[in-house]
Design a protein around this ligand. Structure first.
Ligand code: 7B0
Ligand code: CA
Ligand code: CA
Ligand code: CA
Ligand code: ZN
Length: 440
């Protein structure tokens, strides 16, 4: 008679065992063998099971005598392929039998980052992080779905603040990520911020005070269709845009960061050609992702006042801090006074001091029109920055730095983000003009 041995496999608490416990649905044990009483569904197909107990050749032979095939042998366990009836017979021998998830097909395996970059979060994994963070911290984190991507994925927003369920009269901050599909490090930036703010609330004094006095909106992936498409073959496609077909051509994809409605398409900073990587779309906000986020931002106007005062839109790469306008080389322009320009520059320079990026006006890089920065400032009066994250140049991996850099290159922006949050109540404090601009 085989005996259930309490083996190191069980008691040692090995990583493997923990993983197994998390991933598998225990099917039955000797004491719960009746799980198979319903034989109507039995014997549909062969499935894989883990069998804990068999430790000798004789015991393993008893397992194969049921008709099950052993595909893997460990010290006190085997992996089998068996019909449900055979698996039940193995259970009747006194072993713990657990069904294994079906192996991924070639196509399923490909729907993800390459294995060496598994530290990056695909869209399902990002959703799981968001759901976990809000479930674990309901008082300070709430999830909202603010719309859908072209292919129907959720556009998520997480609000972080004390009393997160209440719209309080606190300055609001907008952090947007991954307008560009291949800029996956920006999703990790969102994951870092979600975990840091919720994890350190109540222990880190600065974070606690900032969450108590601001409402922070993190939109962790503005372009989920694009980021999934970029990794769907298991190797990178170098994709930038969303996945919306253009009305007049076969080409797919609008550059979300050329589709915003302030000075859309004005100035040679975008393309009218659907196949271009900087295709601006047929009209401002024609991309559902841009429309949803723009509606969300407009929805933050309460009693005629935009509640969001400052924001960062995360991109890669170049290690830059950029501010509007992008559509003109001029510092001041309609809707941008010298004080407003100086405030952008002072905040940008302050943030660049801590992360070591290069601060400059967006158009110092090149002219862009229809970018989120120009719209947030020009249309909504929100002091707005683009961060181009690591690397500084193509040498560090371009759009695809290895996942090993994620911890250093996300935490690198911690101080900069906190500095911006500090100024959310009166951005013009950065130029010493709070009395002129903040009703002080
Ligand atoms: C872009 O290489 C945007 C600045 C917006 N004012 C810069 C951004 O959309 O061209 N650079 S990037 O594509 N991430
Ligand atoms: Ca790696
Ligand atoms: Ca609050
Ligand atoms: Ca509010
Ligand atoms: Zn970008």
């Amino acid at each position: 008679m085989p005996i259930r041995i309490s083996s190191p496999f069980f008691t040692g608490g090995s990583t493997r065992r923990l993983l197994t416990a998390a991933l598998l649905i225990p099917l039955f044990t000797t004491t719960a063998g009746d799980a198979f009483a319903d034989t109507a569904t039995a014997d549909r197909a062969h499935e894989r099971y883990e069998v804990v107990g068999p430790a000798t050749a004789q015991e393993r032979t008893e397992v194969t005598d049921t008709g099950a095939a052993i595909d893997g042998v460990e010290e006190t366990a085997v992996f089998i392929t068996a019909t449900p009836t055979e698996a039940e017979a193995v259970g009747d021998l006194g072993y713990e039998v657990t069904a294994l998830p079906p192996p991924k097909t070639e196509a399923q395996r490909a729907q993800d980052f390459p294995p060496e970059d598994s530290g990056y979060h695909n869209f399902d994994e990002l959703t799981e992080v968001v759901d976990t963070v809000v479930a674990d911290h309901p008082g300070i984190a709430r999830k909202a779905t603010i719309g859908s991507s072209y292919e129907g994925r959720d556009l998520m927003a997480v609000k972080l603040s004390d009393n997160a369920g209440t719209d309080e009269d606190e300055p609001e901050v907008l952090l947007t990520h991954a307008q560009h599909a291949r800029e996956h490090l920006t999703v990790e930036m969102a994951v870092y911020l979600l975990r840091t703010f919720t994890g350190e609330y109540g222990s880190d004094e600065r974070i606690t005070e900032l969450l108590d006095s601001r409402e922070i909106w993190i939109l962790p992936n503005l372009n989920p269709d694009g980021s999934e498409y970029d990794t769907a073959t298991g190797s990178y496609r170098n994709w930038r845009k969303n996945r919306q077909p253009s009305p007049e051509a076969r080409a797919k994809g609008t550059d979300l960061n050329r589709n915003w409605g302030h000075q859309w398409g004005c100035c040679g900073g975008s393309s009218s050609v659907p196949s271009s990587p900087t295709y601006r779309g047929p009209a401002g906000e024609s991309a559902p992702e841009v429309g949803a986020v723009a509606d969300f931002v407009r929805g933050r106007v309460v009693d005629g006042e935009q509640q969001i005062t400052v924001g960062i839109d995360f991109h890669t790469y170049g290690e830059l801090v950029l501010w509007p306008y992008g559509y003109t080389y001029d510092e001041t322009a309609p809707g941008m006074s010298q004080d407003e320009y100086d405030t952008h520059a002072a905040l940008g320079e302050l943030m660049a001091e801590s992360n070591g990026y290069t601060p400059q006006q967006s158009s110092d890089l090149y002219i862009t029109d229809g970018s989120i920065n120009d719209w947030l400032w020009g249309d909504q009066g929100i002091f707005s920055f683009t961060f181009e994250m690591y690397p500084g140049s193509a040498v560090g991996g371009g759009f695809y730095p290895p996942d090993e850099v994620i911890p250093a290159e996300t935490s690198r922006n911690r101080e900069a983000v906190l500095d911006l949050l500090d100024h959310a109540d009166c951005p013009q404090r950065a130029i010493g003009k709070e009395a002129d601009h903040c009703g002080g």
